[in-house]
Design a binder for this molecule. Sequence first.
Ligand code: AHM
Ligand code: MG
Length: 327
Amino acid sequence: MNSGQTLSRFLRESTGQNTLAGTPLASVLEAFSGAAVRLSSQVSQGRQLLSTAATSYNASGEAQQALDLRANQLFISALKESGLCRTLASEESQELLTLNKDAPYLIAIDPLDGSTNAESNLPMGSIFSVYQAPAKEDISKMPFPAGKEQIAAGYFLYGPATMLVFTAGHGVHGFTLDRTTQEFHLSHPGLKIPHAGSFYSINEGYYSLFCQGTKRFIHYCQYPDYETGRPFSSRYSGALVADLHRILLDGGIFLYPASSKYPQGKLRLLYECQPLALIIEQAGGRATNGTMRILDLQAANQHQRTPLLTGSASLVTLAGKIIHPAL
Ligand code: AHM
Ligand code: MG
């Protein structure tokens, strides 16, 4: 894999171990990247800073901003045009959508993650997940299988630069958007998360709402210890994609645990936690809900929430033991 190679070339020309090139899955990734390039340029135009009023509410009861709806539309039309997405689950659509009858893939997306950052001009992201559609689908049931059945997953990070990080089950690759050419270039081939790390990422404002186990783990992160490099540094941006990206590159742990405000956690299993769990596992890390592997879970409905602990393998294992010592 050539560092600097463009995404279009990577998706169209087979070289070495790249078995993705020219496949229908590569066309889905092209559709995602086309929509994300458009979204990235809209985010950088700054219209969200001029008018931020919420226009409606999504299935989780959260305010939708114009940018959330725009992002949803961009991904839906790109996927529809690809002809490859049978069923779409989106954070911003109440119900499952059928885009192309008999198409080969089921797709789940969070079109604009961390959109409350929009009005502060802070990072945001988009998350996606791809499954093979079953031969026959019982439309009365949730068609999405357990997270470990994902055939690809990725995220776009709209930060100072726009990045795509994805896996199609053979390692994790990071591409960076060159704004002048509007092309993604391979900047982070074969990403691996450090086995340990010194960042922890959690909304500590909810401290009093956490269970004793989560409070114990926060104390662990804060307690000085030369050997493990503690106290760890705390980082929390309010955009999962941005926080997780730092953890992927530098090591550490991201937690969005259960609290008395969100007894099931806040993040959604299907289109936030499972795609990110696949990326983190492919990079050598771990992702659990505290006791169970995220990729072993199957969403009972598309907006189901789950607690999430993810990042460096050693820290996620330790956090599970500290938070749930009896298990
Ligand atoms: P969103 O997809 O509606 O933006 O919600 C998910 C976001 C995550 O990006 C972030 O980690 C979390 O919500 C922040 O929530 P909180 O403000 O409760 O910490
Ligand atoms: Mg989100």
